[in-house]
Design a protein around this ligand. Structure first.
Ligand SMILES: Nc1ncnc2c1ncn2[C@@H]1O[C@H](COP(=O)(O)OP(=O)(O)OP(=O)(O)O)[C@@H](O)[C@H]1O
Ligand SMILES: [Mg+2]
Length: 323
C-alpha cells in the first residue's frame, strides 16, 4: 500500500532533483534514483528505441548530410543490436555552425527515449555553462567522473552529450578515458551500454575544403566517403588547442567509434529548411518566401561556389521577416 502511495511522489521529487548536473543535491539525487528504481521496479530507464523512426527522421528531415545519415543510422542500429556491447558507442560530430549537429543529437534522443532532451537519462553538457573556467579543470574532472559514474549506475543506457567541445578546458574530457574503453571493469556497472556524443566545429575547414574540391571536380557531394575525412578529423581535434580533445588520450587510444562530418550547406539546402519551416506554419505554398530566405542568407564564396555561413541557423528568423 505504502508503495503505491509513495511512488508518484518519489518520481516527482526525483524529476525535480534532476535539473542541474552539478547541483549540491547530487548525492541525494543518486540515492533517490536508486529508491525510485527499487520502488517502481522501473530500472530499464524508459529505454524504448525506435531505430526505424530514427532512420526515417534522418532521411526525411536532415538535408545535405549523407554521411551523418548513414553513419548515425548504422552506428546506433548496430550498437543496439548487441546484447552486451564490448564498448560504449562514442560519436564525434564535426562541422560548421548550423549544419545539423544539434538536430541529429536530438533525433537520437527522441527516438531512443521518446523525449528529446527532456529525458532524465540524457545528460547534456555545455562547457560555457558547466565548465566555464580553465583553472577549475581539476574540480570539473572530479565532478564529471562522479556524474557519469552515478548516472551509469542508475541507468546503463544513459546518453551523454557534450556540445561546443571547442570550449571545453583542455584535459577535462580525459577523465572519461576509463568509461570509453573496452577493457576495464568499472563500478560493477555495465558502462559499455552507454552512448556519448561530442559536438564541435573543429575540423570544419577540412570538411568544407573537401566539399569544395569535390564540387569543383564536378562530382556529387554524396560521393564523399567517411574514410576521406576520418583520419584528418582525428588529427585536427588532437592538434588543435581549442578542440577540447587537445592532446587527449581519447584520440590515440581510438576511443571515438565514429567521427561524423557535417558538410557545409548550399543555397538549395537553406531553401529546403525554409520550405519545411513554412509548411510547419501552414504556408507551404509560399515559394516566394523560401526564395527570399535563400537570397538573404550570407554565403562564403570560394572559387565560385557558395556555402551558407550560418547553415540553416538563421532560417527561422528570416522566415519571420519575410512571411
Ligand atoms: N542539415 C540540415 N537539415 C535540416 N535542418 C537543418 C540542417 N542543419 C541545420 N538545420 C536546422 O537549422 C537550425 C540549426 O541547426 P543545429 O542547431 O542543428 O546546428 P549545429 O550544427 O548544432 O550548429 P552549432 O555548431 O552552431 O551548434 C535548426 O533549426 C535545425 O533544424
Ligand atoms: Mg549545436
Amino acid at each position: 500500500m505504502a508503495r503505491s502511495v509513495n511512488a508518484p511522489f518519489m518520481l516527482v521529487l526525483f524529476l525535480v532533483l534532476s535539473c542541474s548536473p552539478f547541483s549540491v543535491v547530487y548525492a541525494i539525487q543518486m540515492n533517490m534514483k536508486s529508491v525510485y528504481c527499487t520502488m517502481s521496479n522501473n530500472c530499464d530507464c524508459d529505454f524504448n528505441p525506435d531505430i526505424k523512426g530514427l532512420e526515417w527522421d534522418l532521411y526525411k528531415n536532415l538535408y545535405g548530410q549523407h554521411l551523418a545519415q548513414e553513419v548515425v543510422s548504422e552506428a546506433v542500429a548496430g550498437f543496439l543490436q548487441m546484447e552486451s556491447p564490448d564498448r560504449p558507442l562514442v560519436l564525434s560530430f564535426h562541422g560548421a555552425s548550423g549544419t545539423g549537429k544539434t538536430l541529429v543529437s536530438s533525433m537520437v534522443g527522441r527516438h531512443l527515449y521518446g523525449a528529446a532532451m527532456g529525458s532524465p537519462y540524457i545528460h547534456q553538457f555545455i562547457p560555457t555553462l558547466h565548465f566555464p573556467k580553465a583553472d577549475m579543470a581539476h574540480q570539473y574532472k572530479m565532478e564529471l567522473r562522479r556524474w557519469v559514474e552515478g548516472n551509469l549506475t542508475a541507468c546503463a543506457r544513459s546518453i551523454f552529450i557534450f556540445d561546443e567541445m571547442e570550449n571545453m578546458p583542455p584535459g577535462v574530457i580525459d577523465v572519461l578515458v576509463p568509461f570509453l574503453g573496452p577493457d576495464h571493469v568499472l563500478f560493477q556497472t555495465n558502462y559499455r551500454k552507454a552512448m556519448y556524443i561530442f559536438m564541435s566545429t573543429t575540423g570544419e575547414e577540412i570538411i568544407n575544403q573537401l566539399t569544395l574540391k569535390t564540387k569543383l571536380k564536378g562530382q556529387d557531394r554524396d560521393d564523399i566517403r567517411l574514410r576521406d575525412l576520418e583520419a584528418s578529423l582525428a588529427q585536427a581535434v588532437f592538434n588543435n588547442p581549442n578542440s577540447g580533445f587537445y592532446q587527449s588520450q581519447i584520440i590515440p587510444a581510438k576511443l571515438i567509434t565514429f567521427y561524423v562530418p557535417f558538410l557545409p550547406l548550399s543555397r538549395h539546402h537553406v531553401e529546403r529548411c525554409a520550405r519545411r519551416e513554412l509548411c510547419q506554419r501552414g504556408a507551404c505554398q509560399r515559394a516566394d518566401v523560401a526564395e527570399a530566405v535563400g537570397r538573404a542568407v550570407s554565403y562564403t564564396v570560394h572559387d565560385g561556389q557558395h556555402f551558407s555561413s550560418t547553415g540553416c541557423k538563421s532560417v527561422i528568423a528570416k522566415v519571420n521577416l519575410f512571411l
